[in-house]
Design a protein. Structure first.
Length: 158
């Protein structure tokens, strides 16, 4: 069974709700989460918060975190996931914020740097990954990474 099918089955069988907050993936994660039939049983809403203002207004991301660490940071990814979890009243929330390119990177945060958040009632955690390739490839890899992480979290629940 592929990751998406396993994820769909785990969420549906556990009667769990999932949501996501996206920046650099621009809705691709939501599209993947709703790709398989039956996703309406566990996915009600997602957030595409491309600007810092949207991250603050819709997800409650702290202006201080954005100013201090930038939108592409584990702190902001955690805050995005926690804000989406609360706003959507979900059991799990994924967030993605990164630099898909081709421009926008720096020595500290090169193109392909993507931060992910995962939130549940247990709290919010974050990870950073570095992908290579075109803008589309980086965005696809980010979605795959996020889906794999959520599937692992669901599997760990038992």
């Amino acid at each position: 069974m592929d990751t998406l099918a396993a994820l769909t089955a785990a969420l549906a069988s556990g009667r769990l709700k999932a949501t996501c907050a996206e920046s650099c993936t621009g809705g691709l994660l939501s599209a993947q989460l709703t790709h398989l039939p039956g996703s309406s049983a566990w996915f009600e809403t997602g957030f595409v918060t491309y600007s810092n203002e949207a991250k603050q207004k819709l997800l409650g991301v702290s202006p201080d975190s954005l100013r201090r660490e930038g939108a592409v940071s584990e702190t902001v990814a955690r805050e995005m996931a926690a804000g989406a979890l609360k706003a959507a009243q979900a059991d799990f929330a994924l967030s993605v914020t990164g630099i898909a390119g081709p421009g926008g990177g720096s020595a500290e945060k090169p193109v392909g740097t993507v931060c992910f958040g995962l939130a549940s009632a247990a709290g919010a955690t974050a990870r950073t990954a570095h992908f290579h390739g075109s803008r589309d490839e980086i965005r696809r890899e980010a979605v795959s990474f996020a889906l794999d992480w959520l599937a692992q979290a669901l599997a760990a629940r038992g």
